[in-house]
Design a protein around this ligand. Structure first.
Ligand SMILES: Nc1nc(=O)c2c([nH]1)NC[C@@H]1CN(c3ccc(C(=O)N[C@@H](CCC(=O)O)C(=O)O)cc3)C=[N+]21
Length: 292
């Protein structure tokens, strides 16, 4: 039997603790943990993410604000906004929604975020910490998507130590931090990508296969070792032959789910975990203020 690794089940198990932690913050500092999102321009895919974040925040008792700035916002104006939020004691977490319009240097803006408010896990400080944990210990901070994947693996009892993990995709927000987190837990990690020779063969060696390429049907049944765990990070939207809007991942789910030992669905797998981890890191950033 193949395990379908649903976010809903894992999130339900984590929910009570997060609500408790959020309530504890509120009881102590008199306000809910606050996440402030800077959204520049109108990317339709971003709108869905913003909506999901909002919903989740309400369920957990997190105050989530979205500051929507016009598409022609300058780099200087956005940096000024980040600095303002850094200085605002009522803001616990700051997220600059990506992508930002072309006139803005995303790297400069992300790294302007105070590392203690970097709940998205994208700053150089967070990245450095992720890669420099002491031997045999685990990171405490990081980008929300790979952190969410680790939570899913843990919840569904998937062993990581000693396993062959293959990640397809080398982005700074998924592929590379995913590699660090799996390595921190004792996996033997391969980061494959569009230039990898014999990619199909490399994927077939995986006990844990993470697909993060943004290419529909990138992973098919022939790419998967029987019994392997398959994590699908892809989110590809398209209109099917009946004119219906569809969302699918990078994995051919119907075929691969017959072979895999465990597999994440899209939607309902990695995406909601990302949102949940964003809330968890926001609550933690707020809670850190109490203990000081
Ligand atoms: N600074 C920044 N950090 C991000 O983490 C970030 C970002 N910018 N920009 C956009 C992408 C995209 N992203 C999603 C996360 C979850 C879902 C999600 O919850 N998806 C659901 C529902 C999808 C649907 O119904 O359309 C699912 O997969 O089941 C979607 C998209 C985070 N991103």
């Amino acid at each position: 039997m193949t395990t379908i690794m649903k976010a809903k089940t894992a999130i339900a198990a984590l929910e009570e603790q997060l609500q408790k932690d959020a309530a504890q913050v509120k009881a102590t500092i008199g306000r809910e943990p606050n996440l402030t999102v800077l959204l520049v321009g109108d990317d339709p895919a971003s709108a869905i993410y913003v909506r999901n974040k909002q919903k989740r925040a309400e369920q957990l008792g997190v105050d989530s604000q979205t500051l929507h700035l016009p598409a022609d916002t300058t780099q200087a104006a956005l940096l000024a906004k980040v600095h303002e939020l850094n200085a605002d004691d009522k803001v616990d977490g700051i997220l600059v929604q990506l992508p930002v319009p072309d006139q803005i240097d995303d790297d400069a803006v992300i790294n302007a975020i105070d590392p203690s408010k970097d709940v998205d896990g994208f700053t150089l400080q967070t990245t450095g910490r992720l890669w420099t944990v002491p031997k045999n210990s685990q990171e405490t901070v990081g980008p929300c998507t790979p952190l969410g994947i680790i939570k899913l693996l843990d919840f569904y009892g998937i062993d990581i130590a000693g396993k062959n993990a293959v990640i397809v995709g080398r982005s700074n927000i998924v592929g590379k931090p995913m590699a660090a987190m799996l390595l921190n837990r004792g996996a033997t990690v391969t980061i494959a990508h569009s230039q990898t020779e014999n990619l199909h063969e490399v994927m077939r060696r995986a006990d844990i296969l993470v697909a993060a390429t943004g290419r529909r049907h990138m992973v098919t049944a022939a790419d998967v070792k029987p019994g392997a765990t398959v994590i699908d990070v892809g989110m590809n939207r398209f209109i099917d032959e009946n004119g219906k809007k569809r969302l699918v991942g990078d994995v051919d789910f119907d075929a691969v789910s017959k072979i895999a030992g465990a597999i994440t669905p899209v939607p309902g797998g990695v995406g909601p975990m990302t949102v949940n981890l964003l809330m968890a890191q926001t609550i933690r950033a707020a809670a850190a203020k109490i203990s000081q």
